[in-house]
Design a protein around this ligand. Structure first.
Ligand code: NDP
Ligand code: 8X3
Length: 254
């Protein structure tokens, strides 16, 4: 039987790139996200290209009862999940603390933090039945250092770091690997979402240097999932060459 990976936030960016690489490497894939049309189109592409099975699970990870119901109601064959990739997430706004919106803060907390918890709790019973299960959480360099105007986004990613450490300890007895990957700046839909669909401003974020690409992170996610069963990568911080950490990003004049 093929292994199954469940990817949250599979409709773009890192999640979509991971769906591609795991499909190319003979995994069946569960695609989670809100934009059902994008997920359906990705399913068609993957199945045609790789001949694997792909399940579309349209879901807003902020909605606790919908998350619980969706995973409880999975067909039996899809309950054999080997890897959970908690990737769904976003930044909403980039504002000083005094000017930022409470609605944006709640969206980030509900998605990046509570959504990750809801999905993890819903999938854990299935992971616990597997021999070599693995949870991979996508954090951020924003989860390592707080930067100006990053406030609650940084807080949610610091929480992803803490939750990953805690999962690793509490799930030791169940032999579940827990990896947290902290990417730096990567050109996906991330800045478009953060800057409320202002494409010109989003483009500027990546000017003057070569940022990470979604495929770079997908390759790393796949690598962490491909190691022998006794070897665990617990944590990785990954940036492009122009970036040292949350604060230092060297841009050439454009
Ligand atoms: P994208 O915006 O391209 O992808 C985000 C994905 O998350 C989309 O598939 C989106 O799907 C999904 N998502 C967002 N909200 C929800 C929700 N409520 N329910 C279900 N799915 C949701 O950005 P990235 O690929 O860059 O981001 C992926 C992860 O990587 C995020 O956690 C982000 O914080 C993190 N990250 C990104 C970095 C970057 O520079 N790009 C760097 C470090 C970390 P849909 O809208 O269809 O629901
Ligand atoms: C995304 C990278 O630098 O915008 O997590 O926080 S950054």
């Amino acid at each position: 039987m093929k292994k199954i990976i469940c990817i949250t936030g599979a409709s773009s960016g890192f999640g979509e790139a991971c769906a591609n690489i795991f499909s190319a490497n003979h995994y069946d894939v569960i695609l989670v996200g809100r934009r059902e049309e994008k997920l359906r189109s990705l399913k068609t592409t993957l199945e045609e290209k790789f001949g694997n099975q792909v399940l579309v699970l349209p879901l807003d990870v902020q909605k606790r009862s919908a998350v619980e119901a969706a995973f409880q109601n999975l067909a039996e064959q899809w309950k054999n999940i080997n890897i959970l990739l908690n990737n769904a997430g976003l930044a909403a706004g980039r504002d000083n603390f005094d000017e930022a919106s409470l609605d944006d803060w709640e969206t980030m907390i509900d998605t990046n933090l509570k959504g990750l918890l809801y999905v993890s709790k819903a999938v854990l019973p299935y992971l616990m039945k597997q021999k070599n299960a693995h949870i991979i959480n996508i954090g951020s360099t924003a989860g390592k250092q707080v930067y100006q105007k990053g406030n609650v986004y940084c807080a949610t990613k610091h929480a992803v770091q803490a939750i990953s450490e805690s999962m690793r300890i509490d799930l030791l007895a169940h032999k579940i690997k827990v990896t947290v990957i902290h990417p730096g700046a990567a050109e996906t839909e991330f800045s478009l979402v953060r800057l409320k669909q202002n494409a010109a401003e989003a483009k500027k974020v990546y000017e003057g240097y070569e940022p990470l690409h979604a495929e770079d992170i997908a390759n790393i996610v796949f690598y962490t999932a491909s190691l022998p069963s006794h070897v665990c990568i617990n944590e990785l911080e990954v940036t492009c060459l122009a970036q040292a950490n949350s604060f230092y990003l060297f841009k050439e004049p454009v």
